[in-house]
Design a protein around this ligand. Structure first.
Ligand SMILES: Cc1cc2nc3c(=O)[nH]c(=O)nc-3n(C[C@H](O)[C@H](O)[C@H](O)COP(=O)(O)OP(=O)(O)OC[C@H]3O[C@@H](n4cnc5c(N)ncnc54)[C@H](O)[C@@H]3O)c2cc1C
Length: 546
């Protein structure tokens, strides 16, 4: 290992892995003015779109980070937000279940989107290009790290020159996926089952438009006991790009899945013996339901699949990683930029792990629901089939999990132990500390903005018409705080207005109350009406950062 004096580069944060979690971390850090280097062993972004669903909360982050509009352009109208169970493309349609976006639409400034993972990564990369403080380096592989009292030295293999390089950083982020080397070297273990079944995803170019044009959807699930497996055709662009997923049986080996075998299977499933099948890529993956026992070991932090793995049923894997990045970035920025004690980084696991555990559990339940459908079909049990199909509404409607998750940690002034605004399927706006501060349309300098647009780099205190004493207290406190605190007064005499006069009700305060929101848009603390000593109240909260 090189010594501190002769490292090739120095940077505050080095991120291993240029997947959605690593790129999101780099972008979220860049927006906090924290420089980083992303190390990715592949030559570019993924060629195999695994995830296809970006949920409302991730879209809200993308809207803030600048890649939202690009993603909307990639949305294919032919990839409708519904799933269809069929006997075969030519045979009987068994059922269809639609995803209900209306439940998030009313509570968010964004539209949700079915966009494939490669395009998510592309939009993140395009946006990162505008940030001079991020370098994404492809064809570089993480080898090892060594930590000392002042930082961490990371050894990288340059796959183009075959030379070893060294980078010195304050923090190392493992965003290197399920088989994370960063995690292994830091000694962090995983808990939960790692193999609940194996599948082969065949990403291919096939023209089956005649078979599907009358029923656009996100995916066709084959439910036909005559087939040895129950294949799933996931639509990537609604036209010619599909991912055909086949579950491996206990007796199947990966070697069986040659190109010839895969082409033959696809022709069999589509009942088109002469179908032209171009295989773009094959990906074998094991369904796991695991979470790391911690997300931090000193200067090493984990995000995304390096920290957790969940069944793809429900589409929460990538979204959970993006939201990890968002939770972590401002905390790292506060530690690096504002010299806040680094115990702040321990709140990352405290806040994210319970949310992730629930996402894992919910995805697991969805996988079980899928399996029960196949069992009912296999047993020709129509009654059970109908009831299991009905239960799929739970699978595809998850506004509560998406927008209603509530954090708890030493920097949240929790009022109760609630971890969801209401339920996994429903969302109700709330300012219970730990929850995402609700979206309300406001007017600022003559322009319409969302409350969400106010939260990124600073703590924000939202006050109403009669909240001037909060403003005075915050101004005084700001003199001693190590990080910025901004006050917005909403109302006729304030710097923001709320034309439909709903914000106080939605923010659950009176005109003399106050809501303190963290840089990640989660409520830190609230006081429903004026306090006897506003400065002491606020000061009590901010002491958590000492
Ligand atoms: C079939 C399927 C469908 C899915 N559908 C959805 C969905 O609809 N919605 C959803 O949210 N999620 C979904 N997921 C999950 C989603 O794909 C993952 O959660 C997501 O890819 C995780 O992103 P990541 O950046 O954490 O890890 P990855 O995407 O795995 O990226 C890790 C990166 O690190 C790089 N790397 C690894 N080791 C090194 C090293 N030593 N040096 C340098 N680079 C390294 C890798 O090359 C890779 O680019 C699905 C997954 C599967 C398998």
């Amino acid at each position: 290992m090189k010594t501190k004096q002769n490292e090739d580069k120095q940077v505050p944060v080095i991120i291993i892995g240029g997947g959605p979690s690593g790129l999101s971390t780099a972008l979220a850090l860049a927006r906090q003015n924290i420089q980083s280097i992303v190390i990715e062993r592949n030559p570019g972004i993924t060629q195999h779109p695994r995830a296809r669903g970006v949920n409302a909360r991730s879209m809200e982050l993308f809207r803030q980070w600048g890649n939202y509009n690009e993603l909307l352009q990639y949305t294919h109208p032919k990839v409708a937000r519904r799933f269809i169970w069929i006997e075969s493309f030519q045979g009987k349609e068994i059922a269809r279940v639609s995803m209900d976006d209306s439940s998030t639409k009313d509570f968010s400034p964004v539209e949700v989107s079915l966009v494939s993972q490669d395009l998510v990564e592309k939009s993140l990369c395009n946006t990162l290009e505008k940030h001079k403080n991020v370098i994404v380096q492809y064809l570089k592989e993480f080898i090892s790290f060594e930590e000392d009292d002042t930082g961490i030295t990371v050894q990288i293999l340059n796959k183009t020159t075959n030379q070893t390089e060294f980078i010195r950083a304050k923090y190392l982020i493992g965003a290197d996926g399920t088989r994370s080397q960063v995690r292994k070297q830091s000694g962090i273990t995983m808990e939960g089952p790692d193999n609940l079944g194996q599948s082969c995803s065949i990403y291919c170019d096939i023209d089956i438009s005649d078979l599907v044009k009358h029923r656009p959807c996100a995916g066709f699930l084959f439910a036909n006991p005559k087939l040895s497996s129950y294949p799933y055709f996931a639509s990537v662009n609604g036209l010619n790009r599909w991912i055909v997923m086949i579950r491996l049986t206990k007796d199947d080996s990966r070697e069986k899945f040659t190109d010839e075998y895969c082409i033959d299977q696809i022709r069999k499933f589509t009942q088109l013996p002469n179908l032209n099948v171009k295989i773009i890529d094959k990906n074998f993956w094991k369904m796991g339901a695991q979470i790391a026992t911690k997300y931090r070991s000193s200067r090493v932090l984990l995000v995304g699949d390096a920290a957790h793995v969940m069944p793809p049923t429900g589409g929460f894997g990538m979204n959970t990683g993006i939201q990890d990045a968002h939770n972590l970035a401002w905390k790292l920025a506060f530690v690096i930029k504002h010299n806040i004690p680094d115990k702040l980084l321990d709140t990352y696991y405290a806040e994210r792990a319970p949310i992730t555990k629930r996402n894992i559990e919910w995805s697991l339940q969805n996988a079980k629901r899928f399996a029960e459908i196949y069992e009912a079909i296999h047993d020709n049990n129509i009654e059970k089939l109908q009831s299991k199909l009905h239960e799929q509404n739970n699978h595809f409607n998850y506004a509560g999990l998406d927008l209603g998750f509530i954090y708890h940690s030493s920097i949240i002034s929790s009022e109760n132990e609630q971890t969801l605004s209401i339920s996994p399927s429903d969302y109700t706006p709330t300012t219970l500390p730990g929850s995402r501060a609700p979206h309300v349309w406001l007017i600022k300098d003559g322009k319409q903005i969302s409350t969400l647009d106010l939260f990124e780099k600073e703590f924000v205190l939202l006050i109403g018409e009669d909240g001037d004493s909060w403003q005075i207290a915050a101004n005084e406190l700001s003199q001693t705080l190590q990080f910025p605190l901004v006050v917005y007064k909403i109302g006729a005499s304030g710097n923001l207005s709320n034309p439909d006069n709903t914000w106080q009700d939605i923010y659950e305060i009176t005109s003399s109350g106050a809501v303190l929101v963290r840089p990640d848009g989660h409520v830190a603390w609230r006081c429903k009406s004026i306090a006897i000593d506003p400065k002491t109240e606020l000061d009590k909260y901010f002491r958590n950062f000492q």
